[in-house]
Design a protein. Structure first.
Ligand SMILES: *Cc1c(COP(=O)(O)O)cnc(C)c1O
Length: 395
């Protein structure tokens, strides 16, 4: 009898192997490259020294001496791990200080640390919405926001990318029952463009919806003081009550936060399962992020330099007629459409010791494969010229 049951079920290995073959056939197979050096413009990848244009370390803080030293001092003082979740006994003075400093930086009453941006998004959306409610999201929102809506059990509706009119008409069509949450990336992670946040926030407000912005690629980079896309547009807590950001990109460290009113943060502490049921970040990580935040606040020249490099890259690319998407952030995608072509271009660049990632579906929509070039204030003008020369020859 046991044999009959086994035969009726498909073999696990055979089933998975068929899926892997399909992924490979569609040129969507993903592989990891092993780095042997710290994050920075120059990295050693499997023995090959490369110029890297794919990290999110926009301000060159991931291997900055002060950030690394703060990490080391934090480990010496607090040990390697936090030993428990925040609500048991894992919440240290380092976490607490970072939360207060983030709230001050962002002009919000309080901030709350999460282990990752993915978990922050799952936690917040599930606290704000549930069965019978509606979450409206931009079509190109980060995967973690789409997953967050699914996990919350609310209805998920996706509006056209960056289109406040489409959002408005979808809001107008809602029945009027249940809560409504509008969620957008501040800077779109694979496109580099900014969401039209004032228009989205106005549309949300007109229909009694709440507005949440995921500013993973905005905080540290966008806005006169680097406080992100909300600072750039002059949007305060009354218009965007929920702000999420990460510490793994411009901060160069790891982790994430939500900033907002005391009532919002206290609600997350009580209710967000991805906050409650997980080990707190190592306190040393929080100490490193505090050092990054100091540099973000005090060294505005990093942002200025980054934006000058972005302008230089775009001018050079325009001279070569490269198919760059419209973006004035350090995310500068080159649209190549077909996954196979994106892979070939990335491989040809690697032959020239230039590391750029090929982004393919399902990370981007079908037909939207691209080379995602990212710039950092740690790049030199000569680095950009090398990339432009190579792209000019290949594309
Ligand atoms: C990277 C990213 C996240 C996830 O943050 P992690 O800390 O890496 O989990 C969420 N949202 C956006 C828009 C991102 O780019």
């Amino acid at each position: 009898m046991a044999g009959m049951v086994d035969a009726a079920r498909r073999d696990l290995t055979a089933t998975l192997a068929a899926t892997l073959r399909r992924i490979e056939r569609d040129h969507l197979y993903r592989t990891r490259r092993t780095l042997e050096t710290p994050a920075g413009p120059r990295v050693v990848v499997e023995g090959r020294e490369c110029l890297s244009f794919c990290s999110n370390d926009y301000l060159g803080l991931a291997s900055h001496g002060e950030v690394v030293a703060a990490f080391q001092r934090g480990a010496a003082r607090y040990g390697a791990g936090s030993s428990a979740s925040h609500l048991i006994c894992g919440h240290s003075a380092a976490h607490h200080a970072l939360e207060e400093e983030l709230a001050d930086f962002l002009g919000r009453e309080r901030a709350l640390l999460f282990s990752t941006g993915y978990m922050a998004n799952l936690g917040v959306v599930s606290v704000l919405c549930g069965r019978g409610d509606t979450v409206l999201e931009d079509r190109l929102n980060h995967a973690s926001l789409l997953d967050a809506a699914t996990l919350s059990r609310a209805r998920l509706r996706r509006y056209a990318h960056g289109d406040a009119r489409d959002l408005e008409s979808r809001l107008a069509a809602l029945s009027g029952e249940g809560r409504v949450l509008v969620v957008s990336d501040g800077v779109f992670s694979m496109d580099g463009d900014l969401a039209p946040l004032p228009q989205l926030a106005d549309a949300a407000a007109r229909h009694g919806g709440w507005m949440m912005v995921d500013d993973a690629h905005g905080v540290g980079v966008v806005g006169p003081n680097g406080a992100g896309t909300l600072e750039r547009f002059g949007l305060d807590e009354s218009r965007v009550p929920v702000l999420m950001g990460t510490l793994g990109k411009a901060f160069g460290v790891f982790g994430a936060f939500v900033a907002g009113s005391g009532v919002l943060i206290e609600s997350l502490i009580q209710l967000a399962r991805s906050y409650i049921y997980t080990t707190a970040l190592p306190p040393a990580v929080a100490e490193a992020a505090r050092a990054s935040l100091r540099l973000i606040r005090e060294e505005g020249w990093r942002r200025e330099r980054l934006h000058a490099l972005v302008r230089r890259f775009r001018e050079g690319a325009a001279g070569l007629n490269l198919p760059l998407l419209e973006s004035d952030t350090p995310i500068q995608p080159l649209l190549v459409e077909e996954p196979q072509r994106a892979l070939h271009l990335a491989a040809a660049l690697l032959e020239r010791n230039i590391l750029v990632s090929a982004i393919r579906p399902p990370t981007v929509p079908a037909g939207g494969a691209r080379l995602r070039v990212t710039l950092s204030s740690a790049h030199s003008e000569a680095d950009l010229d090398l990339l432009l020369d190579a792209l000019g020859e290949l594309v």
